[in-house]
Design a protein. Structure first.
Length: 215
């Protein structure tokens, strides 16, 4: 009698499909910040009046703008540059999990909002991912540092901070010319949030050096 191996083959054939499914879910989860930005653009267009950071509206109780303002954009170039930026960082720093990405973005949102609200009272309207992208940049550089490539992390950090400082003092963006005025101070605030978050977590638990970025 010859035994039929079909059942074993079926199990083997289903396994690669599951791996592909899990891979797709992981990619979607990690790229979801950009997907949110694209979705809001498709639903509301550019610089939606009900979603941008608007100081007067927030003071009147529309607190959702503290979050949504970071995911809407003033024009197509603004959206494209920020998508390239955030997806590029996620691709380069592939050790960052989806949980880590959103944690650092949340820290950036809190820091950037606080900076605008308390340190830039003259700024009434703001939108875009660029501020909180710098939180993710800091997270990625820290993950590189933890992978024993300290020299590369230091060089990249110095170049990143140099760019931010140059833009703040010259009030001239290096890589973008959008319809709204650039606000380089929020890039510094976002980067600071990305550095302070792991410092705070490690202060609470010094042994937790790799915490959330490993997949």
């Amino acid at each position: 009698m010859i035994k039929c191996p079909l059942k074993k083959r079926d199990k083997k054939m289903r396994f690669p499909g599951k791996k592909i499914k899990n891979k797709v879910i992981t990619i979607l989860a990690r790229t979801s910040p950009g997907i949110v930005a694209v979705g809001l653009f498709l639903l509301t267009g550019y610089a939606s009046e009900i979603l941008i950071f608007d100081r007067d509206a927030i003071a009147a109780g529309q607190i959702w703008r503290l979050v949504t303002g970071h995911f809407v954009h003033c024009d197509s170039e603004h959206l494209l540059l920020n998508l390239l930026g955030i997806w590029g960082l996620i691709f380069i720093f592939d050790r960052l999990s989806a949980k880590a990405i959103w944690l650092w973005l949340a820290a950036g949102i809190i820091m950037v909002d606080a900076w605008i609200w308390f340190r830039m009272p003259e700024l009434n309207l703001y939108c875009g991912l660029s501020g909180i992208e710098n939180s993710l940049l800091a997270a990625g550089l820290i993950s590189v540092w933890n992978s024993s490539q300290q020299k590369l992390a230091v060089i990249a950090a110095v170049l990143s901070m140099g760019k931010i400082i140059y833009e703040i003092y010259t009030n001239t963006p290096l890589f973008s010319h959008i319809s709204w005025a650039s606000v380089p101070e929020v890039h510094g605030a976002g980067f600071a949030a990305g550095v302070l978050l792991p410092a705070f977590i490690c202060f609470k638990n010094p042994l937790n050096r790799n915490f959330l970025w490993l997949k």
